[in-house]
Ligand binder design. Structure first.
Ligand code: PMV
Length: 289
């Protein structure tokens, strides 16, 4: 029996613009998905197309037990984490000897298949490797880890990444002279943020600007606006939508002392708050009997 876990992720900067080749920064966060795999001729498994695909691709049969600290459809990369953890546990339980790189690539291929072509390699890469990653087109570069104090606020409004990506594509088609400079500005903010990673006040201001630009692209939602404003009013350095928007989650960058207050303010606005920070581990073995 092998148990592996893999972390969720947030976009610190650059979502949507990354679809058009601009740079973005994603970071693994502490909440994880835990997956136990056991060799079995009569497998019992949760009804998940991601998990079924993992077994099909790896060519083995086994039972699965999943425990998740991540809500699905909340923009925190739970499907990528389930896929990475399942592949890693299969790899271990059946002694297949695949590398972390192979697991990340296979997880991306599975997400792409299950999501009918609509997946970005960001979630699976970050979940497999952990840490902070700069994504530009096909290239991914690991950034030095920063101990940022984050509060994630889940609006509890489920969103569709595919729908939001399509909405931005339409805006770009109908108003290219407006939408393209917004996407360019988001890319510039990402580059500016890399230089200020250890300066949370400045970084918070960049997050506020990134949020305004995402709203200008039309991916805001009353629920995310409420949480962002509540986080700022209760002492966050800055706050923004994270991921595709249209609901989903927000992140707030906080002084250490303000974390609980910010989390309380988010909960008071009917959001679900998670106090978290960077996860540098990526996929890891929890247990092997
Ligand atoms: O909502 P999420 O976590 O799936 O993030 C989507 C991020 C986008 O930039 C909007 C799309 C993408 O594939 O990068």
């Amino acid at each position: 029996m092998a148990t592996w876990s893999a972390p969720g992720k947030v976009f610190l900067f650059g979502e949507h613009a990354v679809v058009y080749g601009k740079p973005a920064i994603a970071m693994a966060i502490k909440p994880r998905v835990f997956v136990t795999v056991r060799k079995s001729r009569n497998p019992t498994r949760p009804k998940s197309p991601y998990i079924n695909e993992c077994f099909r691709v790896m060519g083995v049969r086994g039972s699965v037990y999943v425990r998740s600290q991540l809500q699905s459809s909340s923009g925190l990369g739970s499907s990528a984490a389930v896929t990475v953890a399942t592949l890693s546990a299969i790899n271990d339980e059946f002694n297949l000897g695949y590398s972390r790189e192979y697991i990340a690539e296979t997880a991306f291929a599975i997400e792409k298949k299950v999501q009918k072509g609509r997946a970005s390699p960001t979630d699976t890469y970050v979940s497999a490797n952990g840490g902070m990653v700069l994504i530009t087109g096909e290239s991914k570069r690991r950034l030095p880890p920063e101990n940022l104090h984050l509060v994630v606020g889940n609006t509890m409004v489920p969103h569709s990444t595919a729908k939001m990506v399509e909405q931005v594509a339409n805006l770009r088609q109908h108003h290219p002279t407006i939408a393209n400079p917004i996407l360019d500005a988001i890319g510039e903010l990402t580059l500016a943020a890399i230089r200020e990673m250890s300066n949370p006040k400045e970084l918070g201001q960049y997050m506020d600007m990134n949020h305004a630009l995402l709203e200008a692209l039309g991916v805001g939602h009353p629920a995310s606006s409420r949480l962002v404003l509540a986080a700022r009013a209760s002492g966050a350095y800055g706050a923004k939508i994270t991921g595709a928007g249209g609901g989903g989650s927000i992140i707030a960058l906080c002084p250490r002392r303000a974390k609980n207050r910010v989390a309380g303010a988010i909960e008071a606005c009917e959001g679900r708050a998670i106090i978290t920070t960077i996860d540098t581990d990526g996929a890891r073995e929890e247990k092997h009997d």
